[in-house]
Every structure is written in C-alpha cells, then in structure tokens.
Design a protein around this ligand. Structure first.
Ligand code: DX5
Ligand code: ZN
Length: 214
C-alpha cells in the first residue's frame, strides 16, 4: 500500500491546526526541521513538533535537516515524533549510528536520509537498523522545487537491497511529488510519498491525497 505524508512546510503556519486537519485522511504527517546550517533555510523546531503532536492522531514523521542530529534525536522523540530521520551527510558514521540507537531506545522508528548527491551505497552501513530510508528528490531546504527524475536508479537500488534482505523498512521520497511524478517513484519502489505543495495547493485536498496514492 502506498502511504502519503503531507509536508506541513507548505501549510499556513498561522493556521497550522486547521491545515493539519485538512490532511487527516493521509497516512503520516511530515515535519521538516531545518537549522540554517545543514540547509540554507530555517523552519521549525521542538515546540512546534509538540504542538503538532497534540493536533493530530497521524504518526508524526520528523525529517531532521540539522547538523549533528545526534544532539537532538532524543528531544524530538520526547516532543512527540513517531518516526525520526537523520541525514547521513550530517555527521560521522559512528554518530549517525548513535542517533539511530537513541531514536529506537525511545521506542520510535528511526531512518536515514540521502541528499541527491549521495549515492545509494550511503545507506548500507545503516540499513539493518532502519525502519525508513528517505531518498530526497530535490535538494533539501525548500518546498516547491522541481522533481529530480535522475534519483530513480538510487531508489531502485535501495528497494532491491530492502527486498533481498527481507527488511521491515519503508522507502520514502521527498520533493516535487505530484500526480504525475507519484507514478514514477512508486514504479521505482517508493512506498511513502512526502508531498507539500501538491497537497496544500489542491482545491480538493482529500481528493489529491487519494490521487497521489495511485
Ligand atoms: C524539502 C523538504 C520537503 C518539502 C517538500 O527540504 O524536505 O519535505 O516540504 O515540498 P514539495 O512537495 O513542495 O516539493
Ligand atoms: Zn522533508
């Protein structure tokens, strides 16, 4: 089954509760945390994750676009995240592994994220420890960018490893997902689709969520 994770980065932050209710037919709620260091943008942090947690019964999927996420992994879990993903580019292999351990020790689902320039092999040191792998289909930092179709070989490679090893690991994509590109990513093995602008700009949001499931 294909799952849809609307990104609240495309919501109206002055009406966040209203905009969270608009996507309640989705599967996960995707929250983009940016620190202005790992990516050239600053978004939201711990207090907003706490507020989001109180406003939804959907699993909260926190995408940490922050430098050395091991420093904050436990606090995002305590703030109410159900899934926490960390970028492999954001710290050493040892610290990334530690971040995944911290997340799992909090009883949460842990995952790694790859920027477009990072090869598929970047997940290999962590794959057995992951409940989720997120492949970026835009450069992280901003919503509304153009989908990078050249990430499909990476997606297919990671789908192959997950299936060969029989891992209980979801494969998520993030960036430029719309009613056309959703078909490309699911054909390449993704099963969780993050979508910001294409969901929040739709006139019929529940209809758009259903359309993206394919
Ligand atoms: C980008 C974020 C995405 C963003 C996607 O750094 O990770 O989650 O909200 O936005 P769209 O769907 O508009 O490309
Ligand atoms: Zn994201």
């Amino acid at each position: 089954m294909i799952k849809i994770a609307p990104s609240i980065l495309a919501a109206d932050f002055a009406n966040l509760e209203r905009d969270i209710q608009k996507v309640r037919s989705a599967d996960y709620l995707h929250v983009d945390v940016m620190d202005g260091l790992f990516v050239p943008n600053i978004s939201i942090g711990l207090p907003v994750v706490e507020a989001v947690r109180k406003s939804t019964s959907l699993p909260v999927d926190v995408h940490l676009m922050i430098d050395r996420p091991v420093r904050y992994a436990e606090r995002f879990c305590r703030a109410g995240a159900d899934i926490v993903t960390v970028h492999v580019e954001a710290d050493s292999e040892e610290n990334t592994r530690r971040a995944l351990e911290i997340i799992r020790a909090q009883g949460k689902r842990a995952g790694v994220v790859l920027k477009p320039g990072t090869p598929a092999e970047g997940v290999l040191p962590f794959l057995e420890e992951c409940s989720m792998v997120l492949v970026m289909t835009v450069e992280p930092g901003f919503g509304g960018q153009k989908f990078m179709e050249d990430m499909m070989p990476k997606l297919r490679a990671i789908r192959g490893w997950i299936d060969e090893r029989g891992l209980d690991c979801e494969l998520e994509v993030d960036g430029g997902i719309d009613p056309v590109t959703c078909k490309t990513v699911t054909a390449s093995g993704a099963n969780v689709l993050v979508a910001g602008s294409s969901v929040y700009k739709a006139a019929d949001i529940p209809g758009r969520i259903q359309e993206l499931r394919g």
